[in-house]
Design a protein around this ligand. Structure first.
Ligand code: NAD
Length: 245
């Protein structure tokens, strides 16, 4: 479904991002995954290779515009086009507001919001030139209902939705589609680090009776990145088994 498409995926070393890299590579995209450290990027590339899939990887600091612009320019010069950007890297929190420092709050906003802006700004230069592109963001179900702890996290995902809807309007005339996927509770490190007392009551409230798998989200990204979604922009697609946090 993505033959000859060049796709950059941030947070591509594990969890949702890694599974998306896998699904995109299976669908013949040229995948370029970004991670926070060179070692984890190399490990992810080795895992893909072991499955007969090839990809490239980088570890730029997503809060350093100069580093990002350099890497994105290198990718554009290598492949001649950048078709898909998935802003997926993210961190969460489940701390009470009194226990959260302003530095911890800012750290979440730096990665979950500012890095999304930085990556999008760097890639849009080339997508406008091409008059074509797809930008996909990983939001969350907490961007719709909020969350009863870790206020920085839902705040960041509300901002992701705002960027998604606004940039869809700003970039539509240049044939650049911008959408987000809002996952529910997904079986990744981010969730396995949460205590059972948090997860179990959540599962009870999910009408589909299970938490989601990374592939559930990767498949949604595949659909939104593909020509099947050619008239979809500005959408926040819930993929959450109808969960309500
Ligand atoms: P994960 O912790 O398994 O993976 C996070 C990814 O982000 C990793 O690839 C990591 O390298 C990258 N990352 C972390 N800090 C970074 C930094 N400072 N710079 C660059 N990259 C960094 O998490 P996941 O569950 O796969 O989450 C991926 C996305 O999905 C996040 O945006 C998260 O908010 C969102 N999400 C997850 C769930 C869930 O239940 N797992 C639900 C809703 C939304």
């Amino acid at each position: 479904m993505l033959e000859n498409k060049v796709a950059i995926i941030t947070g591509g070393t594990r969890g949702i991002g890694f599974e998306t890299a896998k699904v995109f590579a299976e669908n013949k995209a040229q995948v370029i995954l970004f991670g926070s450290r060179k070692e984890t990027v190399d490990l992810a590339l080795q895992k893909l290779e072991a499955e007969g899939l090839s990809a490239k990887g980088y570890a730029p600091n997503l809060n350093n515009m100069d580093e990002i612009e350099k890497v994105v320019q290198e990718i554009y010069e290598t492949y001649g086009h950048i078709d898909i950007l998935i802003n997926n890297a993210g961190i969460s929190s489940d701390k009470k507001i009194e226990d959260t420092t302003s530095e911890e709050f800012a750290k979440i906003i730096d990665l979950n919001v500012n890095a999304v802006f930085n990556m999008t700004k760097a890639v849009v230069v080339y997508m406008r030139k091409q008059q074509e592109g797809v930008i996909l963001n990983t939001s969350s179900m907490v961007s719709i209902y909020g969350q009863a702890a870790g206020v920085g996290y839902p705040t960041s995902k509300f901002a992701v939705n705002g960027m998604t809807k606004s940039l869809a309007r700003e970039l539509g005339r240049d044939h650049i589609r911008v959408n987000a996927v809002a996952p529910g509770v997904i079986n990744t490190d981010m969730v396995s680090s949460l205590p059972k007392e948090v997860i179990e009551p959540l599962v009870q409230t999910i009408p589909l009776g299970r938490i989601g798998e990374p592939r559930d989200i990767a498949n949604a990204f595949l659909f939104l990145a593909s020509p099947l979604a050619s008239y979809i922009t500005g959408a926040i697609l819930s993929v959450d088994g109808a969960a309500r946090s």
